[in-house]
Design a protein around this ligand. Structure first.
Ligand code: ZN
Length: 212
């Protein structure tokens, strides 16, 4: 699936990542959910659950509080290197925005530099910033590609994401192995078949099926 339609609305739509999370409100909500399930939130095992869940969300959804520009700003290098840079098998964990259940898998990122490269360790961090939000896989894929395109202004960028979604594995049709692949491409990866193929060949080489 190619989901790059030059639609940057979703980046504009980015929620307002400035404020800290409201932990007491999350705790109250979790307590109310436990009651609604018919549970007893005061029994020993559940006593601290609302607090734990609230703290957990500050980690799982920390991407709202991070400006990805700050990650790359001090790690951009001017170079004459113009071969393809590929970072593959970046493990990520995200939450689907429809069910707030995890989806997780691997992201593969490639770009063709145009005078600028970014420190290699920053690419997984960029993936994490967008993964640690309530997401749909298609939008996350495009946001990663759009951000790298904007920040590095490369000749091209390609992102492929493969993921398993617990909301389809645990409920409804229970398709245990339904794996979804999404991609987003810009520039040379869109225009030049050989460039795109080089990337696709690279990410399929020696890759093992995802195991969780
Ligand atoms: Zn879902």
């Amino acid at each position: 699936m190619d989901i790059n339609q030059n639609n940057t609305n979703d980046i504009m739509d980015e929620m307002h990542p400035s404020e800290d999370m409201d932990l007491p409100t999350i705790q109250t909500a979790v307590t109310n959910m436990l009651k609604a399930f018919g549970e007893n939130p005061t029994r020993k095992g559940l006593l601290r659950t609302p607090e734990r869940v609230a703290r957990m969300y500050t980690e799982l959804l920390s991407g709202y509080l991070v400006d990805p520009h700050k990650i790359v700003n001090d790690a951009l290098f001017e170079v004459t290197y113009d071969e393809m840079v590929i970072v593959r098998d970046i493990e990520f964990y995200s939450l689907c925005e429809h069910h707030m259940l995890p989806f997780m898998g691997r992201a593969h990122v490639a770009y063709l530099p145009s005078g600028k490269v970014v420190g290699l360790s920053k690419i997984p961090r960029i993936v994490d910033v967008f993964a640690h939000r309530l997401q749909v896989q298609e939008r996350m894929t495009r946001q990663i590609a759009d951000f790298i395109n904007e920040a590095l202004m490369p000749k091209g960028v390609a992102v492929v994401v493969e993921a398993l979604h617990l909301c389809t594995m645990m409920r409804g049709v229970k398709k245990q192995n339904a794996r979804m692949t999404t991609s987003a491409v810009h520039g040379a990866f869109r225009k030049n078949l050989a460039t795109r193929q080089e990337f696709l060949d690279n990410i399929s080489r020696g890759s093992e099926p995802m195991r969780f």
